[in-house]
Design a protein around this ligand. Structure first.
Ligand code: HEM
Length: 233
C-alpha cells in the first residue's frame, strides 16, 4: 500500500475519533469542565484541519464532481458530501462565535443563542451524515484493510457481519437512551451531560450510534448498487 493511502486512512481514523470526542464536549476532561471546554475548542479546530486534509487527499473526487454520469449511488454520495460540508461550516462558524478560549481574541459578542442552536443542529446532524458517509464508503475501507491483511475466510466474514448487526442493534438502544433524536429535532436547547459518568461509557454509546448509521449507510449503498461486499465507484 502506498504511503499516501496510509496517510489517508490515518486522517480518516483521526477524524472518526475526534468526532466522538467532540460529541462528549467537556466530559473529555473528566472533573474539570473548564479545561474540558478548552480541550473541546482545540479538538474542534483540529477537526477543521483534518477536514481540509481529507478534502486535499480526495481532491480528484471534488474536481470531477461536474463530470460524468450520475448514478443513484453517486447522487446520494454527492448530496451527503454537500450536507457534511454545510454542517461542518455550521459547527466551525458557530463554534468560533461561542469560543471562550481559542478564538476569544476575536472579541465577538452577541448572537450567542442563535450560535448555540446552530452548533447543536450542526453537531448532531453532522454526526449522522458523517457516519452515513463512512458507511457508503465502507466497502472501499474494507478493500484497503484486505490489502493490509490476508484474505479472510467465509466464516470470518459472517462473524464480522453478525458483530456489525449486533452493534447496530445496540446503536438503536443507545440512540433512544441518549435522546439523540430529540437533540436532532431541537427538542432540547442544551445537551445534558452527566459529569459523574465515565467518558468510556459515553464514547461506547456514541460509537454504537455511529455504528448504526455506518451500517445503514453500507446497506443503502448495497441497495443502490446491487453489490454486496465489493468495492463500488
Ligand atoms: C465538527 C466540529 C464540532 C462538533 C461535532 C462539536 C460538538 C459540540 C457539542 C456536541 C457540544 C455540546 C452541545 C451544546 O451545548 O451545544 C458543543 C458545545 C460547544 N462547542 Fe463544539 N463542536 C465542534 C466544533 C467546535 C469548534 C471549532 C469550537 C470553537 C473553537 C467549538 C466550541 C464549542 C463551545 C464554546 C461549546 C459550548 C456551547 C455552549 O455554551 O452552550 N466547537 N460542541
Amino acid at each position: 500500500m502506498k504511503s499516501k493511502q496510509i496517510l489517508k486512512i490515518i486522517v480518516d481514523i483521526l477524524m472518526t475519533v475526534t468526532l466522538l470526542l467532540l460529541m462528549a464536549y467537556s466530559l473529555v476532561y473528566g472533573s474539570n469542565p473548564a479545561v474540558g471546554e478548552a480541550v473541546h475548542e482545540w479538538l474542534g479546530t483540529g477537526m477543521f484541519v483534518l477536514f481540509v486534509l481529507h478534502h486535499f487527499f480526495n481532491r480528484k473526487w471534488s474536481f470531477s464532481v461536474l463530470k460524468g454520469k450520475y448514478t443513484p449511488y453517486r447522487v446520494v454520495q454527492t448530496i451527503l458530501v454537500v450536507l457534511i460540508l454545510l454542517t461542518m461550516c455550521g459547527s466551525m462558524f458557530s463554534g468560533i462565535l461561542l469560543s471562550r478560549t481559542v478564538f476569544s481574541f476575536l472579541g465577538i459578542r452577541g448572537g450567542q443563542a442563535a450560535a448555540r442552536t446552530l452548533h447543536m443542529l450542526s453537531a448532531y446532524w453532522g454526526f449522522v451524515f458523517m457516519s452515513l458517509h463512512l458507511g457508503l464508503h465502507w466497502s472501499v475501507m474494507m478493500g484497503m484493510a484486505r490489502k493490509l491483511t490476508k484474505k479472510s475466510s467465509k466464516v470470518c466474514k459472517w462473524i464480522l457481519r453478525t458483530i456489525a448487526a449486533l452493534i447496530a442493534v445496540y446503536g438503536v438502544y443507545a440512540f433512544i437512551k441518549r435522546d439523540f433524536g430529540n437533540y436532532m429535532l431541537l427538542r432540547y436547547h442544551f445537551v445534558f451531560f452527566d459529569f459523574e459518568e465515565l467518558l468510556a461509557l459515553f464514547l461506547l454509546d456514541y460509537a454504537a450510534i455511529m455504528g448504526l448509521f455506518v451500517y445503514a449507510g453500507y446497506y443503502i449503498s448495497v441497495l443502490l448498487t446491487g453489490r454486496y461486499g465489493k468495492k463500488k465507484r
